[in-house]
Each structure stands twice: as structure tokens, then as C-alpha cells.
Design a protein around this ligand. Structure first.
Ligand code: HH2
Length: 267
């Protein structure tokens, strides 16, 4: 599936996500959005019931499931595309896998719930291991690194080792620099510029730049709705540096970006 870069469409079943919060809480609307994203070229969809934006307050597993399961059920019925569940809780991941999800996307890389990696091993599903500094509530408080690229690479190598130790198969692992998770604009730009260092770990790299705050800053304060071209530039450059999965909100627009960026990169 990953001999060429693919798009992962974002569907947040949350009232407070930074860019699409509240839009996909209703199962029927979420299912329609899922169909649209698949028709527009998404190879997978990422569904989440807890916002991880900077400063977000954590929710309980019960609340996360209350939001997620009706949306997941409707989306599962509507599309045959692989569905990822964006959660740090093994209980939520297990329920979502039971309800038809196919992939675990854990922004804590298995650090927040020690049952998560064993669950992924047991069920044999692919897992996304993402770098984050600290927790969403506090991660943007003065992020500092000596060398962000080598520190993120070392972190991901450690989390890959933890996943392997838990029994996760080598080819079930995806790594992710965690753009915007405990990073300044300079850190995010450095990670995108040197994504090849992360790709050299030998696992497919997923990148989530879509509409994120660092783009707003680079664009002179552009709001969430004004970051489409900035997202396009970041997606194209990420592909050129070896990203294989691009987590995006604007699937139709990014399909064109991906088509061109992949062709040039592969030439
Ligand atoms: N970014 C967000 C959420 N989940 N997962 C991975 N693997 N990589 C990312 O970069 C990533 C992620 C944040 O974006 P969004 O889902 O749009 O917002 P929120 O966390 O507020 O729901």
C-alpha cells in the first residue's frame, strides 16, 4: 500500500478540535464526510473522540467512546476504507477495533497507557507512534530541544523498540514527528526540513501538518481557514523528504498536491 504516498483524511468526532471541531459529531454527517473524503482520494480515515490540540482538557474513556462509537459505526457502514482510531487509551482502541476500526493512531506512542502496545500486538493492527513532548495540556509551555531532529528520531527509535518488545510486528509500525506537539515554529520547520532523517529509521513516516498553527505563524497570522496553500506547500515538501502518509482535512485539494509531489519525487 505504501510504495507511494497516500492521504489519511481527518474526521474528528469532537466538539473542540482546532479546525473541524463540532462538524462531524453527528453520525450521518460524519458518514457523508467520510464518503466524500474517500471519493476525493483518501486511502484511510482517522477518527478521534478527544482533541489533542495544545491546552486541550483530557476526556474520560467513557466520554471518548460516547462520542466516537456512533460516528465510527456510521462511517464503517458508509466506507470500506481502512479506519484509524486516534486515541491514547487502550480501552477506547479496543472498543473501536471491535467496532470495525483497522489501525491505532496513538499520539503518545504507547506512553500514556501501558496496555496499548500489547493490544496492538495481540490484534495485529498497524500502529502510528507519534512524538510528543509531555502532554497536550502542557506541551506548548516553552518547548526546548538541543537538536529537535535527532531528539525526535531517538525518541521514535525508543518507541519502536518498545512496540517491538511488546510484540508488534515490524511491518505494522508507522512513525510520526508530531508536528505541533510540544514544538515551536522553528522546531516544526526543522523537522519538515529533515524528515529524511526520520524516514531513515526504516518505517513509513506519517506527517500531520494540515491547517496547523505553525503555518498560521509562517503566513503572518493566517486563521485556520486561511492555511490551505500553506498546508499544500508543507505536504509537497514532506513528500519530497520521504513522508508516506499525509494526514489532512482537505482531501480533494491535497490529492492534486500529492499527485504532483509524488511524481516529481519518484522521477
Ligand atoms: N495531529 C492531530 C491529531 N492527531 N495524529 C498523528 N498521528 N499525527 C498528527 O500530526 C496529529 C494526530 C491534531 O490535529 P486535529 O485532529 O485536526 O485536531 P485535534 O487534536 O484538536 O482534534
Amino acid at each position: 500500500m505504501l510504495d507511494r504516498p497516500v492521504l489519511v483524511g481527518v474526521l474528528n468526532a469532537t466538539p473542540d478540535s482546532f479546525s473541524d471541531g463540532g462538524r462531524h459529531v453527528d453520525p450521518a454527517r460524519a458518514a457523508a464526510a467520510a464518503q466524500e473524503m474517500v471519493a476525493a482520494g483518501a486511502a484511510a480515515l482517522d477518527l478521534g473522540g478527544e482533541s489533542t490540540r495544545p491546552g486541550a482538557t483530557p476526556v474520560t474513556a467513557r466520554e471518548e467512546l460516547r462520542r466516537l462509537l456512533p460516528v465510527l459505526a456510521a462511517v464503517r457502514q458508509a466506507v470500506a476504507t481502512p479506519l484509524a482510531v486516534d486515541t491514547t487509551k487502550a480501552e477506547v482502541a479496543a472498543a473501536a477495533l471491535d467496532a470495525g476500526a483497522d489501525i491505532v493512531n496513538d499520539v503518545s506512542a504507547g506512553r500514556f497507557d501501558r496496555r496499548m502496545l500489547p493490544l496492538c500486538a495481540r490484534t495485529g493492527v498497524p500502529v502510528v507512534l507519534m512524538h510528543m513532548r509531555g502532554r497536550p495540556a502542557t506541551m506548548q509551555r516553552r518547548p526546548a530541544y538541543r537538536d529537535v531532529v535527532s531528539e525526535v528520531a531517538a525518541f521514535l527509535a525508543r518507541r519502536v523498540a518498545a512496540a517491538r518488545l511488546a510484540g508488534v510486528a515490524r511491518d505494522a509500525i508507522v512513525v510520526d514527528p508530531g508536528i505541533g506537539f510540544g514544538k515551536t515554529v522553528t522546531h516544526n520547520v526543522a523537522l519538515l526540513a529533515h524528515l529524511d532523517v526520520l524516514a531513515a529509521l526504516g518505517y513509513p513516516v506519517l506527517v500531520g501538518v494540515s491547517r496547523k498553527g505553525f503555518l498560521g505563524a509562517l503566513l503572518g497570522g493566517a486563521g485556520v481557514g486561511e492555511r490551505l496553500y500553506g498546508t499544500a506547500a508543507a505536504v509537497a515538501l514532506a513528500v519530497a523528504r520521504g513522508a508516506r502518509l499525509l494526514r489532512v482535512h482537505d482531501v480533494a485539494a491535497m490529492r492534486d498536491v500529492l499527485a504532483v509531489a509524488s511524481a516529481v519525487t519518484a522521477a
